[in-house]
Design a binder for this molecule. Sequence first.
Ligand code: FAD
Length: 483
Amino acid sequence: MTPTLAPPVRELVLIGGGHSHVQVLKRLAMAPPPGIRTTVIARESHTPYSGMLPGHIAGHYTFDQIHIDLGPLAQAAGARFIADEVSGLDPDGQTIQLLDHPLFRYDVVSINCGATPGFSGVEIDTGVVPVKPIGRFLPHWNAIRTSSESRLRSGESVHIAIVGGGAGGVELALAVHFVLGGIGDLRVTLATASERLLAGHNQRVQTHFEQLFASRGIRVERNFDVRRVAGGRLESTTDESIDADEVFWVTGVEAPEWPRRSGLAVNEQGFILVDDFLRSTSHDTVFSTGDVAGVTDQLRPKSGVFAVRQGPALADNLIRTLEGRRLRRFRAQTRFLSLISEGGRVATASRGDWFATGAWVWRWKDWIDRRFMRRFQELPDMVTAAPTVAPALQDDLPDSMRCGGCGSKLGADMLTRVLRKLPTTAHPDVDVGIGDDAALLKGNGSQIVISVDSFRSMIDDPYLFGRIATHHSLNDIFAMGAQ
Ligand SMILES: Cc1cc2nc3c(=O)[nH]c(=O)nc-3n(C[C@H](O)[C@H](O)[C@H](O)COP(=O)(O)OP(=O)(O)OC[C@H]3O[C@@H](n4cnc5c(N)ncnc54)[C@H](O)[C@@H]3O)c2cc1C
């Protein structure tokens, strides 16, 4: 990475740490464009790679193996990372609303914040666990797995229902069965509104998985269009029902509400309309990719594959826009490879009419997934090159200790010894001087409490750092009994 000394003159903001944005960050880390300050705003600091989620559920991968830590990646890219949720956008005023920060201004914004399983037209009472956002699903899954294991071991039966017959639902059902099935009386049911499993895949793939489900004793409820979920009971539009202890929701995704409200052009389903340059059809300074975007004239299924493919083109066009250069067109492929895992270390490949299955397909998938993740998890050279000063100034950089608060303080004994040696100047207005949490000065009929502190910036979120510094300083003031 070449250190850049140019002051930032353009603000690039990336909303979401999706599959495209991690590639934008990687690209910025490899070749940082001068004069551009990048900020990533994402709800979670760890962004999951959903292709490996079923493998995590089945116990093949750890949490760290299926997540990209956005902090180090942003740092390598010379970008600021802000952990917060975006709740709105003003594309004309070029500002972003966040839940826990003030308005954020941008010159160019890119939105790659994914989408979540849809509940449209379904009456939900309680007891449904949507698989996305994965960051919220995983704590639920961990609790459900622990309680299910103990119930199964004590001889009780456990019934888990999965709603959604696409690749995500199929893989999740098989993974849950794989990890809990051998313990005791586990029942798994998959409910799908379609006639067959894996609609959109070729018939050999569909038949293979239907036979696999039958051989494992996983029930499939076809043409089961869920109308209502209450207390673990699923009711269909044709008045059939399934009673389960847990219900996982893995249906097709719905767009978040805020892009539609913002005045951006969206399609009928609320996905952000973008052109072949991945740029909003209504606003030149807005780009979008992945599940949240709908590319005009390029209708494709919502799948991580497309978000991944769009990443390099997006990075290129964001930089070109900021530098005032011509944009490049991106066309997504029409057919793509799906590698669908089967719980254990076996997977099936599907592409157009092609079908293959076996342990070798799982090893192939594992190799592809791990290779993708390694690009963002192993950043040794870029991280060490992160400080953006000229080589001659490197020695003046502070050491790598991140703490600038308590960790940077002298011990109380040593500080007292040093302070005792300082000349003290008595002043009639000073009631308490050096040596306490804060000084007390005589005010006009009251006392004034004064504290001076200085902090080295230890995080790159200025708003959050301001709050930390304020709390820290107020502690000293409150310690003196001030109101
Ligand atoms: C079980 C399962 C298995 C799957 N397996 C595959 C597979 O093998 N291959 C495949 O191609 N697809 C797979 N998919 C589909 C895949 O998950 C999605 O298509 C893909 O994640 C979309 O990627 P994305 O980059 O658009 O967004 P995401 O990967 O969903 O990333 C969204 C990011 O935005 C952040 N975010 C969201 N909202 C906000 C907000 N308001 N403010 C700030 N940040 C926000 C999130 O924290 C996250 O960082 C699977 C899905 C499931 C459920």
